[in-house]
Write a protein that binds this ligand. Structure first.
Ligand code: MG
Ligand code: MG
Length: 278
């Protein structure tokens, strides 16, 4: 989301379960994308199939019509950071494709994203994806009561920018998730330890590192697509999580997406977290 001050609303256990259901449906849609995507496949095709899955489950695509976005999926290829329009793309060997999806059901949203690596992706870009994915979990580790929002951003920035030299996008941030898609607080992917809003039990937030191979700077097209200024690739992974004592509860689930990636010969997997987290 773009930066903008919004209210912070803590969720009841019942509300958290409604959001979880939505997030799992988002991940079902992303799993279907993982099964379908490959060279020669169009953005339109994965968008139509994802929309069908969501509507078949009695829900509404969460992004369609929001901020004038025309589709179910945000499909952002290579140097596109986020908010890419699926109709503009036919995928080819070597592309990395961020697919972001939201659903709306029972008065609540769900939100998650994954970056798919198609075919023979350059090893430097694979590493960007692995590190970005790993940084998401480093951020999630910080989402416990008593920590502050800046602890999440610090963990992500420290790992991706200071340790690996990537660019952390400043203009776009994670966000609270609830009855509106983008609630407070903002959850930047950069920050200072011990700064920002203190998190309490029941806070539901989307954590979504958007990390550039080159510099952090981005620019926007008129249709809303955000790209890197230096035209180098950008990766994006997102979970919606609930702040819980001891350990955040991850409401979305990348496991079925990653299982489908392993079975799709057109995709390279990035999930080898143990090899990259050091
Ligand atoms: Mg999203
Ligand atoms: Mg989001």
């Amino acid at each position: 989301m773009a930066k903008d001050k919004k209210d912070i609303i803590y969720k009841t256990d019942e509300e958290v379960e409604l959001i979880r259901k939505n997030c799992l449906m988002v991940c079902d849609a992303l799993t279907l994308v993982a099964e379908l995507i490959g060279p020669g496949v169009s953005g339109r095709k994965i968008d139509e199939q994802a929309e069908q899955l969501i509507r078949d489950n009695g829900a509404i695509p969460g992004f369609k019509g929001l901020y004038d976005f025309p589709a179910t999926l945000c499909v952002s290829v290579n140097d596109e950071v986020v908010h890419g329009i699926p109709y503009n793309h036919e995928f080819k060997d070597g592309d990395i494709v961020s697919v972001d999806c939201g659903v709306y059901l029972n008065d609540f949203y769900g939100d998650a994203a994954y970056t798919f690596c198609i075919g023979d992706v350059d090893e430097k870009i694979m590493e960007l994806c692995r590190i970005t994915r790993a940084s998401l979990y480093k951020g999630i580790e910080q989402a416990v009561p008593g920590n502050r929002i800046g602890d999440i951003g610090f963990a992500i920035q420290n790992y991706t920018e200071r340790k690996h030299g990537y660019g952390v996008v400043r203009e776009l941030v994670g966000h609270g998730v609830g009855r509106v898609l983008h609630e407070g607080p903002e959850v930047p992917n950069y920050g200072r330890r011990g700064k920002g809003t203190m998190m309490k039990n029941g806070l539901v937030i989307a954590i979504e590192p958007m990390i550039n191979l080159g510099r952090k700077d981005v620019k926007s097209f008129e249709d809303g697509t955000v790209i890197t200024k230096d035209r180098k690739p950008s990766a994006h992974y997102e979970h919606t999580v609930c702040v819980r004592k001891g350990k955040a509860d991850i409401l979305s689930n990348h496991a079925p997406i990653e299982a489908a990636i392993l079975k799709n010969p057109n995709l390279k997997e990035v999930a080898d977290i143990l090899a990259t987290i050091a």
